[in-house]
Design a protein around this ligand. Structure first.
Ligand code: HEM
Length: 191
């Protein structure tokens, strides 16, 4: 391929994502399960995609952005708080929402949603994983996002409220980082 054509292709995120999707559909068409399992396979695949989007950004905040912010010169901080963070938070909170939706859907179509959420024998591990992730998603939508809106100036707040909101968002982001570790063990090892 010519340099410019390749640059053009990989320079277009939507086209790259679409191509990945087509490749996955080809994989499903040739090596997918039979009709009865297809829905649960597709949902599980989408679930992991959204889960990675969500937890990937959680780890970006906790491993990269939060620890680096104190050493960013004051005049450069708005680059993060006004441009990078709001965009990252968009994919973060919607990643969380779609992870929950697809996760509950996987359990439902597999016929064990109720057993998992009530820790019925044999479903304790996935139940614990699901409850941990549900608590985490609650933290995202009910605590982290509303506080971030104030901290980043997306909604009006005085300096004192801003500082307090930033602190609350940071602590709950840390809580989620902690919970993500046992959650991932539970998610990945249920079969
Ligand atoms: C409230 C949120 C969540 C719910 C309700 C949920 C639910 C589920 C369910 C029911 C399964 C299927 C287990 C099976 O039948 O094989 C599953 C698998 C999985 N989940 Fe989640 N999950 C949630 C959050 C997450 C998050 C945040 C991640 C992070 C990446 C994640 C990653 C995975 C992975 C890797 C699998 C294993 C797929 C496999 O190998 O079969 N989940 N989840």
């Amino acid at each position: 391929m010519q340099g410019t054509a390749m640059d053009k292709f990989f320079g277009n995120l939507h086209l790259v994502l679409l191509t990945g999707l087509v490749a996955a559909i080809a994989l499903i068409a040739y090596l997918g399960p039979d009709q009865t399992l297809l829905l649960s396979y597709v949902l599980r695949w989408l679930h992991v995609f959204f889960g990675i989007t969500w937890i990937g950004l959680l780890y970006y905040f906790n491993f990269v952005q939060i620890p680096t912010m104190p050493s960013v010169p004051a005049e450069l901080k708005p680059g993060v708080s006004k441009y990078i963070a709001p965009n990252a938070l968009f994919f973060f909170r919607w990643g969380a929402a779609f992870t929950v939706l697809t996760g509950l859907a996987v359990a439902h179509v597999s016929g064990y949603l109720h057993q998992a959420l009530t820790f019925t024998a044999g479903f304790e591990l996935i139940g614990i994983g699901m409850w941990l992730a549900l608590i985490m998603a609650f933290n995202v939508w009910v605590i982290i996002w509303p506080n971030q809106k104030k901290a980043l100036g997306i909604v009006e707040a005085d300096a004192d409220t801003k500082a307090k909101s930033a602190k609350t968002a940071m602590i709950f982001s840390r809580v989620n980082t902690l919970l993500s570790i046992p959650m991932l063990y539970a998610m990945a090892n249920f079969s």
